[in-house]
Design a protein around this ligand. Structure first.
Ligand SMILES: [Zn+2]
Length: 186
């Protein structure tokens, strides 16, 4: 895998604390210098007002991430993997971005990975990032997925997986019903 380390950009800091995420949402392990972890942020924009809101955000250590990801049913996993493979040529993307400086992450998160829609014209999106200590691991992640593609992914998930994800969402976020974008572990 072609991966490089970059500084974690501010947009991937915790909106709540204004600093990089410091502990795993699930096990509470500190995400210090040598911790490998994933960050997910869901953003909703109100373009009429030039405002945006972080709907939810969290970091999970790599061990918890793997456990959560493994909770996908076989059916859901195959459907999601197939959907990604159909929409994105990851190898081509990695090669195309391998020479691009990482101090501007727009080529990674400036548009939806699955539809190409620019982030500016999306009302809702989620960003997934892979971090190592105080660094961002730039490789297949970070990437951004827009609301329409999230809806498509959600439509591919089995009821069992939707229940799992719903349980995770309710346990950790307790979002009001009108603000419940699907938490997706890819
Ligand atoms: Zn953990």
């Amino acid at each position: 895998m072609i991966a490089r380390l970059a500084d974690i950009p501010r947009e991937l800091y915790s909106t709540e604390t204004g600093a990089p995420f410091s502990e795993c949402l699930v096990c509470g392990r500190p995400l210090g210098e040598s911790a490998e972890y994933m960050v997910e942020k869901a953003v909703r924009k109100y373009s009429d007002y030039d405002l945006q809101d972080t709907v939810f955000e969290y970091a999970v250590c790599i061990a918890c991430y793997q456990t959560l990801s493994a909770s996908f049913s076989m059916e859901s996993r195959q459907a999601v993997d197939g959907f990604f493979a159909e929409r994105v040529d990851q190898q081509e993307r990695l090669e195309r971005l391998s020479d691009v400086p990482t101090n501007d992450l727009a080529p990674w998160i400036g548009s939806c990975l699955l539809t190409g829609t620019p982030a500016d014209s999306l009302e809702e999106y989620q960003i997934v990032a892979h971090c190592f200590g105080e660094h961002l691991v730039v490789g297949p992640a970070p990437f951004l997925i827009g609301g329409p593609a999230i809806d498509e992914i959600t439509g591919l998930l089995s009821n069992e997986t939707l229940d799992e994800l719903g349980g995770f969402r309710d346990q950790y976020f307790g979002l009001p019903p009108e603000l419940q974008p699907q938490v997706v572990f890819l």
